[in-house]
Structures are given as structure tokens and as C-alpha cells.
Design a protein around this ligand. Structure first.
Ligand SMILES: [Zn+2]
Ligand SMILES: [Zn+2]
Length: 263
């Protein structure tokens, strides 16, 4: 499985991805808003885009579908429940579906509600696994729930699915927010040495060269995966004393999400 990350250099700070079969050169484009950039990248590698996958229905993920389909004839895949709102979807996806690219690539569809109610992530069971997580998990952060989402379901998705994937899983989110999210981590957990180091690195770097993190690294510096951390809990109690000394992980997640909304 070949992976090409494409930095959109737009105000949304989108990351697009091409996932290609090394044998056939067929490729799947994930959320290709700046579809021409994706097409150029594919052509320069000799790949042919045969599928477009939308992780969810927001326009900053689906807005490139029409252009890409017109240029390539690619089939469009999205959550079955989002297909009506997106339009032009050829294959509606459900939990556990397998998406094949060429002869060698297989991606498992995870049903991951929270950012919206119809959001999918793709998981590759490769030697080093990979997760294409749209607006569910970001580097050092979690998606917001302002536009059709539900924070309680986002917590369930994190706890029951994301956090249980192998620690070696490479994380490929839909946007580049690393430095901003690490600043939130340090606001919540000023003694997080890992976040201090990563923030210094992130600030000195162009977004196009942002690191690809692993889930294990995310567990070190992503507040939304550190719900049992004594310093996260102690600091949270300064704002929400009512959560008590031993809040459950769900309560911590929901309060963090609430704070991040106005931070
Ligand atoms: Zn979104
Ligand atoms: Zn987005």
C-alpha cells in the first residue's frame, strides 16, 4: 500500500490522501477538496484515481467530488447514511465493509459517529497499520461537534474504537492542526513533556512537512486520549469542581470537548 499525503495549502488546512496499489497503480483519493492537486500528484506518480472516498458529508471534504469525477470517472464512496446529502455517491458504506484498491490494498470501513452522525474512518491492516480518520481524530486533538455531531457519541467512538487500535497505527487526519492542538494540551496539562517537545518541533515546521504521528504518540500528547491523567483531571477540576476526584473517562472527555469549544 502506497500513501501520498497532499497538503492543500488552503484556509481549512486540509490534508488529502492518495492510497495506491503498488502493483496496478490504481488509487483512492480521500476527501480530495483540492482535486486538481490530487490529480496532479497521482499523474506525476503514474497512478490512476479510480475511487473517491468521503469520510463525511461536510463541504470541505466533498467539494472536490464533482471535479474529480468529471476528470477521472472515479466512483464515489461514503457512509450509506451520508449518501443522500452528498449526492452522486456510487457506494454507500457500512461498518465492516472492505474497500479494495487495485490488487493489493484492502481498507476496513469503521463507522465512527461523533463529528457527524455519518462519519467513516478507514483502517489498513498493514504491517504498520494506518488510520484515515477525517475529522474524528486530529493530531493532538478531536473533531468538534458543532455541525451535526454529538460529543457523547464522539467519546464512544474514541473509547470503543480509536483507542483500541494498535499503538503503531499511523494517524492520517483530514486537517493539520498539530501546533494549535498541542497548545490546548499544554493549557490542560502544563507538565506534559512530550507535548512541549512536539510543539517546539511543530512551530518550526511548514504544515506540508508536518510529522505523521502514531496512535502510541497520540496517547502521550493528545488530551482526548489522556482521560485518566491525574494532571488533566486536577486541572479540569479547577473549572468543573462538580466532577469530583475520580471522574469517569466519559465525563472528562465531555468537559475537555466543552472547554476546547471556547478555547
Ligand atoms: Zn467535518
Ligand atoms: Zn473538515
Amino acid at each position: 500500500m502506497l500513501i501520498e499525503r497532499i497538503w492543500a495549502a488552503n484556509n481549512y488546512r486540509n490534508f488529502h490522501y492518495l492510497i495506491a496499489c503498488a502493483e496496478t497503480g490504481e488509487a483512492l483519493a480521500v476527501d480530495p477538496l483540492e482535486w486538481q492537486l490530487c490529480l496532479d500528484a497521482a499523474r506525476s506518480r503514474g497512478w490512476k484515481i479510480t475511487q473517491v472516498l468521503n469520510t463525511h458529508e461536510h463541504g470541505d471534504h466533498t467539494g472536490g467530488n464533482a471535479g474529480m469525477v468529471a476528470a477521472t470517472g472515479a466512483k464515489v464512496l461514503a457512509h450509506a447514511g451520508a449518501a443522500g446529502r452528498i449526492g452522486g455517491v456510487d457506494r454507500g458504506l457500512s461498518k465492516g465493509d472492505v474497500i479494495r484498491v487495485g490488487r493489493t490494498v484492502e481498507l476496513e470501513c469503521l463507522d465512527t459517529p461523533g463529528h457527524t452522525m455519518t462519519h467513516v474512518c478507514l483502517f489498513a491492516h498493514t504491517e504498520q497499520p494506518a488510520l484515515f480518520c477525517g475529522d474524528t481524530l486530529f493530531n493532538a486533538g478531536a473533531g468538534n461537534c458543532h455541525n451535526g455531531g454529538d460529543p457523547a457519541l464522539l467519546y464512544e467512538t474514541f473509547a470503543a474504537q480509536i483507542a483500541r487500535l494498535p499503538e503503531t497505527t499511523r494517524v492520517y487526519p483530514g486537517h493539520e492542526y498539530l501546533a494549535r492542538n498541542l497548545e490546548f494540551t499544554l493549557d490542560r496539562e502544563p507538565d506534559n513533556a512530550s507535548a512541549v517537545q512536539w510543539l517546539a518541533k511543530a512551530r518550526g515546521q511548514e504544515a506540508a512537512a508536518a510529522p505523521v504521528t502514531t496512535l502510541g504518540q497520540e496517547k502521550d500528547f493528545n488530551t482526548f486520549l489522556r482521560l485518566q491523567s491525574p494532571s488533566v483531571i486536577a486541572r479540569l477540576r479547577e473549572s468543573f469542581p462538580e466532577i469530583g476526584e475520580r471522574p469517569d473517562a466519559r465525563a472528562v472527555f465531555l468537559k475537555l470537548r466543552e472547554l476546547r469549544n471556547r478555547w
